[in-house]
Design a protein around this ligand. Structure first.
Ligand SMILES: [Zn+2]
Length: 108
């Protein structure tokens, strides 16, 4: 299983799932790579019917809020590679991050 490429503030240790250049907690700008477990759980789902230009033609599609990582989960917005209807509580695995979009697949 792929590790999830989280980022950690070198100053205060806050972990981020999405790329940030400045820490929201302490405002330091020194971020370090912090891979965590790619195992995650769906927290919520939303169907996007009016997509941004980047995803025009994909709509409608599901976007999930996923808590990823086992020790210190971080909450990220992601899409699923398989188009099954996800439900809150579903177990997912990290697949890849492509052009800033995070992709998971349903586990099992
Ligand atoms: Zn910080």
């Amino acid at each position: 299983m792929s590790r999830f490429p989280a980022t950690r503030c070198a100053n205060c240790g806050t972990v981020y799932g999405h790329r940030v250049s400045v820490c929201r907690e302490c405002h330091a700008d020194e971020m370090e790579s912090h891979p965590i477990s790619g195992r995650g759980t769906v927290y919520a789902t939303t169907t996007i019917r009016v997509p941004s230009a980047k995803f025009e033609g994909d709509a409608p599609y599901e976007v999930c809020i996923v808590d990823v990582g086992t020790d210190e989960p971080v909450r990220v917005t992601a899409r699923l590679t398989d188009r099954e209807d996800p439900e809150p509580g579903d177990e997912v695995r990290f697949v890849e991050r492509q052009n800033g979009t995070i992709y998971f697949e349903i586990h099992g």
